[in-house]
Design a protein around this ligand. Structure first.
Ligand code: VGL
Ligand code: ZN
Length: 210
């Protein structure tokens, strides 16, 4: 086995992305027991948290006449409009109650600037704001980043792409994520896009059995 320093990054496993939540990801709850088992295999675990002010411009409600799912131009970037979700301090923004949290060493919040969305746990969508996650992992000597969470076609995908671009050997745990699938193939296309970018894909059983 190679001598890697590994980290597990848990992306946005928050109530609003779980069935019953404001931006529910179909079968998003199914990843919770898998993620909890995965956590037993890692010494370094961090989480990201979507954390929006109520006036965030990714919310359709802040654009009169617009509906969730429509795409607008937001300060020069295409922006999918979402239902209000993960509002700072709300129950929807809390991590799922069954998610094990005791081993986490840091939480990186994102999406705080109302003028730009932030799918990646590293940078905002304009790649200007930086959560500090990349510096944190480098300071810990991490070279291999395992990624799971919600949602595959948005925050998980962009977190994995940024991880790879920052030079981390990056692994997506394919059964520990679920997609929004605004278009039914978005999840599958995301996996292809990640593989094309050099992100590796593994299922949890291969990690749990090693
Ligand atoms: C997410 C849409 C909007 C995600 C966050 O966590 O994938 N998706 N905000
Ligand atoms: Zn969001």
């Amino acid at each position: 086995m190679e001598n890697h320093k590994k980290a597990l990054v848990l992306v946005d496993i928050q109530n609003d992305f779980i069935p019953g939540g404001a931006l529910a990801v179909n079968r998003g709850d199914e990843i919770i027991p898998i993620v909890n088992m995965l956590q037993k295999k890692f010494e370094l675990i961090v989480a990201t948290q979507d954390w929006h002010p109520a006036n965030h411009k990714s919310f359709a409600s802040n654009h009169p006449g617009k509906k969730p799912g429509e795409v607008i131009d937001l300060n020069g970037l295409p922006q999918v409009l979402w239902p209000d979700h993960c509002i700072q301090g709300s129950v929807g923004a809390e991590f799922h109650k069954d998610l094990q949290k005791d081993k986490w060493t840091a939480i990186f919040q994102k999406g705080k600037n109302p003028e730009v969305d932030s799918y990646s746990g590293f940078f905002d969508n304009a790649r200007r704001g930086d959560t500090g996650l990349g510096t944190y992992l480098k300071e810990k000597g991490v070279d291999q980043v395992y990624i799971c969470g919600l949602a595959l076609d948005y925050c998980v995908k962009f977190t994995a792409l940024d991880s790879k671009s920052l030079g981390f050997d990056t692994v997506l745990v394919t059964d520990a994520t679920r997609a929004v699938n605004l278009n039914p193939e978005d999840g599958n296309l995301s996996i292809q896009e990640l593989q094309n970018a050099g992100v590796k894909t593994l299922t949890s059983d291969s990690i749990l059995n090693q």
